[in-house]
Structure formats: structure tokens, C-alpha cells
Design a protein around this ligand. Sequence first.
Ligand code: NAI
Ligand code: MG
Length: 325
Amino acid sequence: DVEEIVVIPGDGIGQEVVPAAQRVLSAVANVEFVEADAGDAVKAETGEALPQATYDLVSEADATLFGAAGETAADVILPLREAVDSFVNVRPARAYPGVDALRPETDLVFLRENTEGVYSGHEDRLSEDLSTLTRVVTTSASERLAEYACDYVQDRDGGFHVAHKANVMRETDGRFRDAVVSVADSRGVETEEVLMDAFATRICLDPTQFDVVVCPNLAGDVLSDLAAGLVGGLGLLPSANVGTERALFEPVHGTAPDIAGQGVANPSATIVSAAMLLEYLGYDDEGQAVRDAVESVLADGPRTPDLGGEATTAGVTEAVLARLD
Ligand code: NAI
Ligand code: MG
């Protein structure tokens, strides 16, 4: 069987790291790529950051690999997440042996609510002096996230943390917390609550306290970037936007305009995102093989400049391909 995968390189280093991940995917699985456009470049050409044709492809594909978009990021990624009906953003943050990290013992996964909170687009300018934002939290979205979290921790020992700020945002985060905890209780999964600001301190002091962390949308965005800092930078963090029937995989990083076009972007985040894609499609062994190859290259080199090395994107990709054999 051939797996059809939609690929959207996008802008900047997306054009460099997505082709790198495609080479790795082709090496381990029988895949066919359907290329689609999104981002600043296609907007400059056509006036639209996310062409309807791209949206349609993503909303029908089992899996999509996306690089990054520049200034149009919000106009691209928010509708793309909607195209896959993604209710959870899975963001693993782990340090790798051989990579200089502030906290080398970090190894956790954020399960971030992906549809509402303060990112639901309800912002208003009420006067010259006043702007407001409506924070949206539904029991149904919170429960859907909690069900996913319960499935996610099934083959790990232990339950998960729920990060929130329900002591202040009593209604919205209270609803979120109550819904998540009640689903977990009914499934027999243990939960521990942590206030999101306290979480920020605790993860810096000792990240080993956490394994799986369920968060509202904004908290998950910010706290996972914080974790990226603990493990050695954005070039390493993959992510998955998972829906009920399809999913979209992307590195956490953006277009890196400071290094774009030089051929030195770290492809690891995108290659590990591709490993998550393989696992999502049921290719567990292939996904693991890709993870092992990336880990081995990160341990021994070659490394790109963001990790203190001198290698190019192509050099690192070839090293990963060589370790797959
Ligand atoms: P960024 O992630 O693009 O870059 C931040 C820093 O990390 C830069 O110094 C960059 O060189 C470095 N970096 C990131 N990925 C790297 C990699 N793979 N290898 C080596 N170094 C890497 O974030 P920034 O600078 O805040 O945003 C740049 C552009 O990207 C903006 O236009 C922003 O809108 C867009 N963006 C898009 C996202 C998306 O499409 N999902 C996500 C984040 C930002
Ligand atoms: Mg972010």
C-alpha cells in the first residue's frame, strides 16, 4: 500500500527542513507526496496565504506534514488545524544525549487544547482606550482533550498533570479543570493539578516531576516553548495536531528568517515530526527507527550550527539516512 502524504513546506526554512523529512520518510515507508502551498510566498503571488486547494487537500488527507509560514502564520496554521478538526496539539519536549541543554533530564509531553481558550478569535476594539478578548472554554472540548489524555497515558505508568489557573479564572479554567478531572476520574486515571505559573517555576527547577501535562491553549503554547529552552532550542521540538480522523504534523519552530536560505537549518524537529506521522499511520517500527537514527546523529554529530556544529541541513539528513541502513 502506498501512503499519500500532503506536504506543505511553506516559507523560510520550511523549504529546507520539509524536503529533508521527505527524504527520510521515503527511505522507511512506501509513501507518495502531494505538494501544496501556503504562507507568505503564495500570498504574495495569489493574495491568499492559504489557497482553498491546500485547505481541501489537508481536510481529506490522513496525514499532512507542514513546515512553517512567516508573517501569515496565524492565517495558515489556525485554519489548517481546523481542516484536520484538531482538538489536541501534542508537543513532546525531551533533551537528547549529546545536545547541550539547560535541563538534560527533561522528557515530557504537553497535550495542549487546540481550538479555544484565548485563541478563538473573539477580540474587539471597543474604544480608543479599550480592547477586550473573550476566552472560550467548553466542557465538550475539555472532555475530548481529557479522553485523548487518558488514552495517551494508558501504556505509561502514572496519570497526568492538569495545568490551569482556576484560582483566578474560576469560570473558564474552573470548567476546564472540572471537565478534565471528571473524565480522568471516570476512566480511573490519576490526575494532579498544577497552577500554570507554578508549573513554569517547577519545570525549570526539576522537569522530572512531570511526564504528561494537559493544558489550556495559551498555557500549552507558552509552557512548551519554555520547555524548548530547557532542552536546547527550537530546532528539536516536533508537534502533532491530532483530530478524530486526520492529523497534521509540524515542527514547533517558525521560518527562522535569520538563517533561511543558508542550508543550515536543523532538520531534527521536522524529521521527528515525520516519525510521529509514521506512528500515527500505524508504522510504529519505522517511526521508532527514524527516532533512533535522529538520536544517534544528535549524540555523535554531525550537528547544525544551532547545536554548536558546522554541518548543513543536507549533511545531517544524510547522516540520519545512513544510520537507517
Ligand atoms: P523561529 O522559530 O522562526 O526562530 C526563532 C529562533 O530559533 C531563530 O534564531 C531561529 O534561527 C532559530 N531556529 C528555529 N528553528 C530552527 C531550526 N530548525 N534550526 C536552527 N535554528 C532554528 O521564530 P521567530 O523568529 O519568532 O519567527 C520567525 C517567523 O516564523 C515569523 O514570521 C513567525 O510568524 C513565524 N512562525 C511560524 C510558525 C508556524 O508556521 N507554525 C511558528 C512560529 C513562528
Ligand atoms: Mg508557539
